[in-house]
Design a protein around this ligand. Structure first.
Ligand code: HEM
Length: 469
């Protein structure tokens, strides 16, 4: 264990004894969200492991996570200088870089105002509340058509492959008026690279802490392929439209054009991988729980009807769909950890000393499966978020789900993400019924990474007939 002096009155962090050089890598293993959850039962909500030579503090339990990220938010708002992070957007990423607080804050503000404009800009016709809604509705309809064609020609479809194109098209459409076809090679190769990307930057990857593996070349390739050229275009136009772009009035921080490019790149990367993963998991859960799929269809049929595309304004009338999405975030916890945090100064939690610059993992999976917080956490049950008669969403229960982080580093795309998942799903469920291929069991085991994916697979979709029950 690395030697540190503990200030008087504070205690040394508990945790498993590390081996020389590799630390606790063996105990952490290939499913850190499970092994670190098991360790939290033994050592409590704040404990320390060592990955390689580097100490990492692991936080679990809703109370402790809130204490650190909200009540002591400033202390835990940094990002560690992990090796893999340098390669994300060439080290210019807003989400992953170790910027000084002033620079990060200025960039976060700019990114948030860029995102807000998506929700404010009006659609081309009055039926849509904003341009985001218009793009999702159109891409959703297009996805339904595409899945029909693929079913007719191939008899089955790969959910992730098609969903990712539709989700990318929403962003591409809004940013630079371009859509990709579902067979576009450029887009498909990006999607495959981003799979590997997620696996490498997932929390607890030993390569980040021990040595430099060859895989990083692939990440670098990904950063370069990531639509750099297109991004450059829209960013330049963003820059033109944003006069005060380089000066943050509070911190007087100058921002380079490269950092602004990094922001757009981030929004793009964060936006399409996470939302596609959420939707692809949703389809898997619909298939795994056919009875819930039928109830969701009937809710849509009764509350929206079958003659028009669902809209964001239908949300208050679709509590079961809202509950299904909350349960999807909770049960899958496909972002098992937030992006790693780092302490910005010497601090303490629960009487334990945590020095400045300590890497901190927040175990969202543990919070979402904590038996102290959830009844029967391993069962998939959207009802847990509904009133007893099933007609109303229990918002307080919903706020217990941890998917977007909390506090100063909380996800800035949350509203967009929730709206997009809701609307795409409503459109898919209204029009199609999803099933497994006969004789092929559904594999719901997640593959570990920053975003955990299900294994790529083939499913069946049939078009809902208007007169069907
Ligand atoms: C950060 C979740 C979609 C932009 C994060 C974090 C999580 C998260 C867990 C890290 C929080 C932390 O470190 O404490 C999700 C989920 C999404 C989603 C589950 C979809 C279902 C989006 C979208 C965008 C976005 C659509 C943008 C359009 C960002 C950015 C950060 C971030 C820029 C970094 C914030 C910072 O470091 O200050 N997100 N996100 N996310 N997210 Fe999302």
């Amino acid at each position: 264990r690395l030697h540190i002096d503990i200030p008087a009155g504070l205690r040394r962090l508990p945790g498993p004894k590390p081996l020389p050089i590799i630390g606790n890598v063996l105990e952490v293993g290939s499913r850190p969200y499970l092994s670190l959850t098991a360790m939290s039962k033994r050592y409590g909500p704040v404990f320390q492991i060592q990955i390689g030579m580097r100490p990492v503090v692991v936080l679990s339990g809703s109370e402790m996570v809130r204490q650190a990220l909200i009540k002591q938010g400033e202390d835990f708002a940094g990002r560690p200088d992990l090796y893999s992070f340098q390669f994300i957007n060439d080290g210019k990423s807003l989400a992953f870089s170790t910027d000084q607080a002033g620079v990060w804050r200025a960039r976060r503000k700019l990114a948030m105002s860029a995102l807000r404009s998506f929700a404010i800009v009006e659609g081309t016709t009055p039926e849509y509340s904003c341009v985001l809604e218009e793009h999702i509705c159109k891409e959703g309809e297009y996805l339904v058509k595409q899945l029909k064609i693929v079913m007719e020609t191939d008899g089955s479809f790969d959910p992730f492959r098609h969903i990712v194109v539709s989700v990318a098209n929403v962003i591409c459409g809004m940013c630079f008026g371009r859509r990709y076809s579902h067979d576009d090679q450029e887009l498909l190769s990006l999607v495959n690279l981003s799979d590997e990307f997620g696996q490498v930057v997932g929390s607890g990857n030993p390569a980040d802490f021990i040595e430099h593996y060859a895989t990083f070349n692939k990440i670098k390739a990904c950063a370069i392929v990531c639509f750099q050229d297109n991004i450059r275009d829209i960013t330049d136009s963003l820059i033109d439209h944003c006069e005060d772009r380089k000066l943050d009035e509070n911190s007087n921080v100058q921002m380079s054009d490269e950092k602004i490019v990094g922001i757009v790149n981030d929004l793009f990367g964060a936006g399409f991988d996470t939302i596609s993963t959420a939707l692809s998991w949703s389809v898997m859960y619909l298939v795994a729980y056919p009875e819930i799929q039928e109830r969701l269809y009937h809710e849509l049929k009764d509350k929206v009807g079958l003659d028009r595309t669902p809209l964001l304004s239908d949300k208050p009338n679709l509590p079961l769909l809202d509950a299904f999405i909350l349960e999807l975030f909770r049960h899958s916890s496909f972002l098992p950890f937030t992006i790693p945090h780092c302490t910005t100064k010497d601090t303490s939690l629960d009487g334990y000393f945590i020095p400045k610059d300590t890497c901190v993992f927040i175990n969202q999976w543990q919070v979402n499966h904590d038996p102290e917080l959830w009844k029967d956490p391993s069962s998939f049950s959207p009802e847990r978020f509904l009133s007893a008669d099933g007609t109303e969403l229990n918002k307080l229960e919903g706020e217990k789900v941890m998917a977007f982080g909390l506090g100063k580093r909380r996800c800035i795309g949350e509203v967009i993400a929730r709206n997009e998942v809701f609307l795409f799903l409503a459109i898919l469920i209204q029009r199609l019924r999803f099933r497994a291929l006969p004789g092929e069991p559904l594999d719901m085991t997640p593959e570990y990474g920053l975003t955990m994916k299900h294994k790529r697979c083939q499913l069946k979709a049939t078009v809902r007939q208007r007169n069907e029950e």
